[in-house]
Design a protein around this ligand. Structure first.
Ligand code: SF4
Ligand code: FE
Length: 507
C-alpha cells in the first residue's frame, strides 16, 4: 500500500485501508508515545493551541497512565493480554472480545492492578466496553434489517487488535435543553447527528463532552447517549473516527491543581507521574467511511446500546478499588510516619477503609462471574450487580477519602510549597517543625501527605472522587436501573407465601 503524502494525513479522502497501512503496530509503551507524536491535532488548553500534547507537562501524566496499559501487557501478559478468537494471536486485553465470564473477571483484576499502578483513571476501559457492546448491537441490527454492520465491526476490530490501538468512547452529548428530544433542540448540534451521506460514507456534526482520554486515543467511537425516537433517526449514528480526523477540535478540561505540573518541583503534585484526562471534542462535518459506520438510522437500538454499555462499564468501575488500595496504603503510611500505626482506632479506620473498598470489588467481580451470553455469542455482565458496583463507587471512595484525610491530619492542606522547603532560610525551619518520627525524612512525610491531598482534593481527586460520582452515569441513573430490575412483585410473593397470604400471579 502506498504511503500517503503528509498533506493527506487525517484527510477526509483517506480510505480506512490506507490509514491502517500507514499505522505502525504498537507493542511497547514507547511505541505508544511515538504513535501520538506529530499528529497535528487541534487542541486548546489555557487559550492556546497545544503544539505537541506528548511534550506538554500538564497533559503528559494522562498519557503516561495509558502508556501503563501497554507496559503491563509486557510485564504481566497473563493478566493484561488474551488470545483473540479473531486473529489467533495474543492481543491486549483492552481489545479482546469477551468469550465468557472468566474474561470479565480477568478484566476486573487487570483494572484493579492498573488502578494500583497509576493511582488515577487510565482511560482505556470505556473503549473496551464500547467494543464489547458493538459486538452484540451490530449483530442484532443485522438480524433485523439484513445490514452488514457486524462484519464491518469485526474487520475493524481485527485491525484494531493487530495495531494495538486505543479507542475512546464518544458517548456523552452536550444535550442542550434537557426537557427536549434531540430533534426538538433549537441547535441540532446539541446531539451528534448525520449532516449528509455520500457514496463513500457519511458526515457527522456535534460534540462529545467529558471524553475520557480522547486526546490520547487513536480512534473515537461516536454513539448515541440515550434512547431515540423515529424523529431522531439522524441522531442514531455509530461510527469510528480517527482522533486526528479533519474537522475535530479538542478543548482540554482542566483539573483541580493541574498547574502544579507547570511548577519547577514535582513533590507538590503528589502523583507527578500519572493523571486522568477529559476533553470536549467538537465534530465539524467529520467524514466516516461506510466501512466504519456501525449504525445509521436504526434508532430503536439506541436504548439497548446504552443499557448494555452501562452493564459493562459500571462493573469496570472496580478500577477504583485499585485507587482505594493506594489510598489505604497512603493512610497507613502517614500513620506510621506519625508514630501512631499501633493505635487501635487507627487500625480500625484502616479496616473500615478496606471493608468499603472490598465491598466495591465484590459487587463488580460478582457481576462478571454472573455474566450471560447474548445472541451474538459475546458475554455481558449481570446488569443489576454492575449497577450495584457503580452505585457503591458513587459513595464509598468518598468515605475512604474522608478516613484518609482523618489519618493525614491538617498538615495535608497547610504544608508550605516545595520551593519553601528548598529555601535557605525557610527550609531549615520547615525541616525542624514538620518532623514526625525521628527516623523518617521530612521529605517522605511531605510526599505522602501530598499524595493524599492529590487524591482527595487535587488533580487525582477527579479520578478517585468526582469521576466515581459521575462517570458511567450519575448515582440516580443506577437507582433507575435498580428500580427496573429489583423484581419487587416477586419478592412480595415470597413474603406472602411464608405469611400464608394469597400470592399475585406474575405474567
Ligand atoms: Fe477505566 Fe475507571 Fe477510568 Fe473508567 S474511570 S476509564 S473504568 S480507569
Ligand atoms: Fe468512565
Amino acid at each position: 500500500m502506498a504511503q500517503l503524502p503528509d498533506t493527506m494525513i487525517g484527510s477526509a479522502v483517506e480510505s480506512a485501508c490506507d490509514r491502517w497501512a500507514r499505522f505502525k503496530p504498537i507493542v511497547t509503551g514507547e511505541d505508544y508515545l511515538a504513535s501520538l507524536r506529530g499528529r497535528n491535532i487541534t487542541c486548546y488548553l489555557f487559550g492556546e493551541r497545544v503544539p505537541e500534547p506528548v511534550d506538554n507537562p500538564l497533559i503528559r501524566p494522562s498519557i503516561n497512565a495509558l502508556k501503563a496499559t501497554y507496559d503491563l501487557a509486557i510485564e504481566d501478559p497473563e493478566l493484561a493480554t488474551a488470545l483473540s478468537p479473531l486473529t489467533g494471536t495474543r492481543v491486549n486485553r483492552f481489545l479482546h472480545i469477551v468469550e465468557g465470564p472468566d474474561d470479565l473477571v480477568r478484566k476486573n483484576r487487570m483494572q484493579r492492578r492498573l488502578g494500583q499502578i497509576t493511582g488515577t483513571c487510565f482511560q482505556r476501559c470505556a473503549g473496551l466496553d464500547t467494543i464489547s457492546v458493538l459486538h452484540s448491537i451490530t449483530y442484532d441490527i443485522d438480524a433485523k434489517y439484513g445490514t452488514d454492520y457486524h462484519q464491518r465491526y469485526l474487520e475493524f476490530l481485527k485491525q484494531a487488535q493487530a495495531h494495538n490501538v486505543i479507542i475512546a468512547a464518544g458517548m456523552t452529548d452536550p444535550k442542550g435543553d434537557r426537557s427536549k428530544r434531540p430533534h426538538e433542540q433549537a441547535d441540532p448540534d446539541m446531539f451528534m447527528h448525520v449532516t449528509r451521506r455520500t457514496p463513500e460514507g457519511l458526515y457527522v456534526s456535534g460534540a462529545k463532552a467529558h471524553m475520557t482520554g480522547g486526546l490520547n486515543s487513536h480512534w473515537i467511537c461516536v454513539m448515541p447517549t440515550m434512547n431515540l425516537m423515529a424523529e431522531d433517526r439522524d441522531y442514531a449514528v455509530v461510527g469510528m473516527v480517527p482522533a486526528d480526523a479533519e474537522g475535530l477540535t479538542f478543548i482540554y478540561g482542566r483539573q483541580s491543581c493541574d498547574t502544579r505540573a507547570l511548577e519547577s518541583g514535582k513533590i507538590d503534585q503528589g502523583n507527578a507521574q500519572f493523571a486522568g484526562q477529559e476533553t470536549l471534542v467538537v465534530f465539524d462535518d467529520v467524514f466516516i467511511p461506510w466501512e466504519h459506520v456501525f449504525m445509521d438510522g436504526e434508532y430503536e437500538f439506541a436504548q439497548d446500546m446504552v443499557s448494555r454499555f452501562t452493564a459493562y462499564h459500571r462493573a469496570s468501575y472496580v478500577c477504583k478499588t485499585g485507587l482505594g488500595d493506594v489510598m489505604i496504603g497512603a493512610a497507613a503510611t502517614i500513620a506510621e510516619y506519625n508514630g501512631v500505626e499501633a493505635v487501635s482506632h487507627i487500625k480500625d479506620k484502616l479496616v473500615e477503609m478496606t471493608h468499603l473498598n472490598e465491598t466495591i470489588y465484590s459487587s463488580g467481580i460478582a457481576s462478571s462471574h454472573e455474566a450471560e451470553a447474548l445472541p451474538s455469542g459475546i458475554f455481558i455482565n449481570d446488569a443489576t450487580l454492575a449497577n450495584v458496583c457503580k452505585h457503591n463507587v458513587t459513595r464509598f471512595p468518598y468515605e475512604i477519602a474522608r478516613l484518609a484525610q482523618d489519618l493525614a491530619g491538617g498538615a495535608m492542606v497547610t504544608l508550605p510549597s516545595e520551593t519553601d522547603f528548598n529555601h535557605e532560610v525557610a527550609g531549615p525551619l520547615l525541616q525542624k517543625y514538620f518532623k514526625g518520627r525521628e527516623d523518617i525524612p521530612v521529605e517522605q512525610r511531605v510526599r505522602i501527605l501530598r499524595l493524599i491531598e492529590s487524591m482527595t482534593l487535587g488533580r487525582n481527586a477527579v479520578g478517585y472522587l468526582t469521576e466515581s460520582m459521575h462517570g458511567a452515569g450519575s448515582p440516580q441513573a443506577q437507582r433507575i436501573q435498580l428500580l427496573r430490575t429489583m423484581e419487587v412483585e416477586k419478592k412480595k410473593n415470597l413474603a406472602k407465601k411464608l405469611a400464608d397470604i394469597p400470592v399475585k400471579v406474575i405474567a
